[in-house]
Ligand binder design. Structure first.
Ligand SMILES: Cc1ncc(COP(=O)(O)O)c(C=O)c1O
Length: 361
C-alpha cells in the first residue's frame, strides 16, 4: 500500500530507549513501568494507573478485583471490537448488548430500558476515538449505584467537557496494541482509576497475587508489563497530544474535500467532545466496490467491524435471547475506515478523496 490504513511512529530516540532498557538488565515491573504508570495517570488526570499485558487482561483483572459474579449483567455496545466483551464473559457475567447512535457510541437513551436487578455496571466504548456520552452514563450509574468502565482502547487523549477519557468513569481501560494512538510496539494495556483499593488489588492479581516477594495474598495470574515496552510507551506518550492534533488536521482535510459529496456520509462530532480519530470512518454505498477500487490504487481501508458482537458465532452459541439492534445492523454494511495516522500528508488525503470521487463518477 502506498497509503496504508495506519502507520506506527518510530524514531531514533525510541530505539535508544529500547537499548537502554535492555542494558538495565531489569526487565519486568521496574523503574520504566513505574514511571509509565505515573505519567499515564497524570496525562489522564487520575490518581492511579496499573499496567497489564493488554486491555483484555487489564479489564479481566479489574472485573475480578470488583468481584463480579456469575449472573451479573454489564451493559455494553455490540458495535465494538470483540475483546470489549470477552472479559465480561470470562468472569461469568453477561454482556447486555446495546445499540449505538449516530456517533457510533452507546445509545445512552436506551440505558434505563436495559437495566435489571442484575445490572452491576455499564461499559461505554469511545469507539474510533469519539467519546461516548459519559455524562449521561455517569448520571444513571451514580443514581443506580453501578460502576462504569470507559473502554478507551481507541481514544487516548480524547476529551469530553475538557476532561480526558479514562478520568470520567469509575475506571478507564486503555490498549497499547500497535495500531492504537499510543503504542508500545506490541501488546499492552492499563486501568486508570481514583480508587486505590481496586488499583492495589489489580496490581496483586497481575503478579501472582503477591503482596510482596514471598507472600501471595490472592491466587493471581502472570499478566505483568515489561520494561522495554514501558520505555517505548513513555517516548510515545511525549508525542501523543501532537499526534492527536495531526490526526484532527488530517480529518479536517478529509472533511473539506468530502463535505458536499453525497455518496459519502462523514462522522459527526458531539458538542463538547474532542475526538482523537483512532479511525476515520465514513458510510458509503457499495462499500466492497469502493474498497476494491482503493486497494487497486494502493490505498488501504478497513471495516471496523463487519459482524456486530451480538451476531458473532461465539455469542449466538452462548445465548438464546439475541437482541435486534437496528442502527448497528444497518451501519455495519456501510462503514469504511479510511487511512488515518499522524504522518498522513495533505496530498495523500487529496489522492484518497480524488479516488473516492472517481469511483462514484
Ligand atoms: C474498543 C476496543 N476495546 C478493547 C480492545 C482490546 O485491546 P487489547 O488488544 O489490548 O486487548 C480493543 C483492541 O482491539 C479495542 O479496539
Amino acid at each position: 500500500m502506498n497509503i496504508p490504513l495506519s502507520r506506527v511512529y518510530i524514531d531514533d530516540a525510541i530505539k535508544q530507549r529500547i537499548l537502554a532498557a535492555v542494558d538495565s538488565q531489569n526487565y519486568i515491573l521496574g523503574k520504566e513501568c513505574d514511571a509509565f504508570e505515573k505519567e499515564l495517570a497524570a496525562h489522564t488526570g487520575v490518581k492511579h494507573c496499573v499496567l497489564s499485558s493488554s486491555w483484555t487482561a487489564a479489564v479481566h483483572l479489574l472485573l475480578l478485583a470488583l468481584k463480579i459474579k456469575p449472573g451479573d449483567e454489564i451493559l455494553v455496545p455490540s458495535h465494538t471490537a470483540f475483546p470489549s466483551i470477552e472479559p465480561i464473559i470470562h468472569v461469568g457475567a453477561k454482556p447486555i448488548f446495546m445499540d449505538v447512535d449516530e456517533s457510533y457510541t452507546m445509545d445512552v437513551n436506551q440505558i434505563e430500558a436495559h437495566l435489571t436487578p442484575r445490572t452491576v455496571g455499564i461499559m461505554p466504548v469511545h469507539l474510533y476515538g469519539h467519546p461516548a456520552d459519559i455524562v449521561r452514563v455517569k448520571a444513571i450509574a451514580q443514581k443506580r449505584g453501578l460502576f462504569w468502565i470507559e473502554d478507551c482502547a481507541q481514544a487516548h487523549g480524547a476529551t469530553w467537557n475538557g476532561g480526558k477519557v479514562g478520568s470520567h468513569g469509575t475506571f478507564g481501560a486503555f490498549s497499547f496494541f500497535p495500531s492504537k494512538n499510543l503504542t508500545v510496539f506490541g501488546d499492552g494495556g492499563c486501568i486508570t482509576t481514583n480508587d486505590p483499593a481496586i488499583a492495589d488489588r489489580i496490581r496483586m492479581l497481575r503478579n501472582h497475587g503477591r503482596k510482596d516477594k514471598y507472600i501471595h495474598e490472592l491466587v493471581g495470574f502472570n499478566l505483568r508489563f515489561n520494561e522495554i515496552q514501558a520505555a517505548v510507551g513513555r517516548e510515545q506518550l511525549k508525542h501523543l497530544d501532537d499526534f492527536n492534533a495531526k490526526r484532527r488536521q488530517a480529518v479536517a482535510w478529509y472533511r473539506e474535500r468530502l463535505r458536499d459529496f453525497h455518496p459519502v456520509k462523514l462522522p459527526i462530532v458531539r458538542e463538547g467532545c474532542e475526538p482523537v480519530y483512532h479511525m476515520f470512518v465514513v458510510q458509503v454505498e457499495n462499500r466492497e466496490g469502493l474498497a476494491k477500487h482503493l486497494k487497486e490504487k494502493g490505498i488501504g481501508t478497513g471495516v471496523h467491524y463487519p459482524v456486530p458482537n451480538h451476531k458473532q458465532p461465539a455469542i449466538t452459541a452462548l445465548y438464546s435471547d439475541i437482541p435486534k439492534l437496528p442502527v448497528t445492523e444497518r451501519i455495519v454494511d456501510r462503514i469504511l475506515s479510511l487511512p488515518i495516522f499522524p504522518a498522513l500528508k495533505e496530498e495523500e488525503v487529496d489522492r484518497v478523496c480524488q479516488e473516492i470521487k472517481s469511483f462514484y463518477s
